[in-house]
Design a protein around this ligand. Sequence first.
Ligand SMILES: Nc1ncnc2c1ncn2[C@@H]1O[C@H](COP(=O)(O)OP(=O)(O)OP(=O)(O)O)[C@@H](O)[C@H]1O
Ligand SMILES: [Mg+2]
Length: 240
Amino acid sequence: MAHGVVSLKSVYARYNGRDWVLKDVTLELEEGIHVVLGGSGSGKTTLLRVIAGLIGHVYNGEVRGIVSVNGRAVLVPQLFDAFILMPTPRQELMYSLSTHVSGEHELRSETLRVAKEFGLTYLLDRPVHKLSSGERQRLAIASALSLNPDILMLDEPLAHLDKEMVDKTLESLRSRGGRALIVAEHRAKTLLLNPSTLSILEGGQLKCTGTVNDCIDLLPLYHRVVAGVETYSEAPGCLV
Ligand SMILES: Nc1ncnc2c1ncn2[C@@H]1O[C@H](COP(=O)(O)OP(=O)(O)OP(=O)(O)O)[C@@H](O)[C@H]1O
Ligand SMILES: [Mg+2]
């Protein structure tokens, strides 16, 4: 894939003719892992919706500026249930995998592999509506990965996961390799993805975009410790 997988130049976005929610956002993302951090209401979800081309179509609103996206993008929304189409995890994973895996045997074995990776093996044939939130969130992420998109966008993908599944999910995302992954989160643990780009949103404006080190001064203390740029001893009492 060429450079500049996602390119935003002076982008503004708003809903229903109200105030601009994103203001003058300029962002260049290439292949690799990108994390967007920001507090509640800072515009993370809106940014992903702009990249996915949803505003003005799925959501009533308007986007101004230049948005260029090179490749097939898939967004798992914050309300991840909207992503799951099929009645059981097995059908969901097979359906997503069938977009690029062919042959019944390959499809079945890939489904089992993905299910194992995401701790879904024991509930492959359980109706989706009987799964817990964390199980459904894992399924949505596994299904999105199974589509093998060029650009995978995950909106708060760790929200309903326990510690073990957070670690496993981060590992799966880290090892995806060679493609663009954009994760919007407020949880410090996302920094364990070792992102090539960190972007920090505040009030709809991009306060920083660059390496974690470039943005270090804007990170809260706990985030800096998780990112490994500060130690507990340098930051006593930071785990609050
Ligand atoms: N569908 C919508 N219609 C109208 N306003 C919206 C819509 N979605 C978001 N907004 C508004 O846009 C602003 C930014 O919201 P957004 O959801 O992008 O923030 P966020 O950083 O993802 O927040 P959170 O961490 O709570 O998910 C907020 O003021 C919100 O109320
Ligand atoms: Mg959001």
